[in-house]
Design a protein around this ligand. Sequence first.
Ligand SMILES: NC(=O)c1ccc[n+]([C@@H]2O[C@H](COP(=O)([O-])OP(=O)(O)OC[C@H]3O[C@@H](n4cnc5c(N)ncnc54)[C@H](OP(=O)(O)O)[C@@H]3O)[C@@H](O)[C@H]2O)c1
Length: 320
Amino acid sequence: MEHANTLGRSSLHVPRLGVGAMTWGDPKGFARLHPAKTAYGGADGIEEEKRALELSLAAGVNLFDTAAMYSMGAAEQRLGELARGKDILIATKYPSGFSFRIEDFTKELGMTLHRLERESIDLYQHHFPNARISIPSLMNVVADAVEAGKVKAVGVSNYSAEQMRQAHAALARRGIPLASNQVEYSLLKRQPEINGVLDACRELGVTLIAYSPLAGGMLTGKYSAQNRPGGFFRRILPQYNGKALQAIQPVIELLRSIGEKYSKSPSQVALRWLIENPIVLPIPGAKNGKQALNNAETLQFSLTPQEVNALNQATLTWRV
Ligand SMILES: NC(=O)c1ccc[n+]([C@@H]2O[C@H](COP(=O)([O-])OP(=O)(O)OC[C@H]3O[C@@H](n4cnc5c(N)ncnc54)[C@H](OP(=O)(O)O)[C@@H]3O)[C@@H](O)[C@H]2O)c1
C-alpha cells in the first residue's frame, strides 16, 4: 500500500487516490423521473454504493468527494448515511451559482453539515469561481469557519492559477494554507500542464485534485463508437461522440499494452499516470463496488519513467 500524503500543506493526511461520489444518492427533481438525464446515467443504487465505500476503505482509500449541488443535496445525504460511524474523510463543495452571495456561505455550510451528519468538514471547496464574488472576501469567511472548527482544510475548484494565488494569499493572511485546487485533469485533458495551474500548485504547495481522471469513463477502454456511454452529458458533449471514441483508440491500445506487463487494466494505468506526479490526487468516480475496487488497486503498482513518457507523447493532441 502506498503511503498517504498530506493534502497540500494542510494537516489532513490523505491517500494518493480518492473516490468520486458524484453519482451517489437518489436523483431528485427532473432527474428522478428521467435517470438517463443525470450526467452519467442512473447510479447503481445504495447497496453498490455501500460496497464501493467498504471496498475502498478496506483498500486504504478513505477520501470521498461530493458536492452540495450533486443531485440537489442527495449525493451528500447518501454519503453521510453510508459514512455513519466510519472513519472516513469527506471532501465536499459549496455552490457558486448565479444567486450565491458570500452571506450565503454560513447557511450552505450548515445545510451540508446536516446532510453529511457531521460536526465538521474535512475538505471544503469552492465549487466554481464566480466573477461577482471577491475571492479574498470569500476566503475570509471560509477562514472564520476554520477558526470555528467547522472546516478542517480549505480547497477551491476550477480556479485558474491567478485565482489560486488570490485565494492562497488571502488565507495566508489568516495563517491557513490553501490545501487543494480540484480541476479536470486526465490523459485526455492535459490543460493544467499548460495553463499554469500545475505550476502554481507546485510553487504554492497545493495538491491538484484531478476530477474526471478517467475522462468520464472514456479511458477505461470499455467504450467504442459502437458502444457509446450513457447519460445526458455523455450523449451531448463532443468529447464522448463516436469520432472522439475513434480518436482515442491508439491511447487505449497503449494503456492496454502497458497494463499487460503488470496485469492491470487501461483505467488503472491511466490513473497511475496521474499518481506518478506526487502533487496530483485523482478522484475517479465509482458507481459500484467493482469499479471502486478496480480503481483502488491502482495503488498496487507503478509505472517506469519511460512508460510515463510514452503516455505523454501519445496524448500530445490532448495537451492543448
Ligand atoms: N469540481 C468539479 O467541477 C467536478 C466536475 C466533475 C466531477 N467532479 C468529481 O470528480 C469525480 C470523478 O469524475 P467523473 O465521475 O466526472 O469522471 P471519471 O472519474 O473520469 O469517470 C467516472 C465514470 O467512469 C466509469 N468508471 C469508473 N471507474 C471504472 C472502472 N474501474 N471500470 C469501468 N468503468 C469505470 C463509471 O461510469 P460508467 O460505468 O457509466 O461508464 C464512472 O461513473 C466525481 O465523482 C466528482 O466527485 C468534480
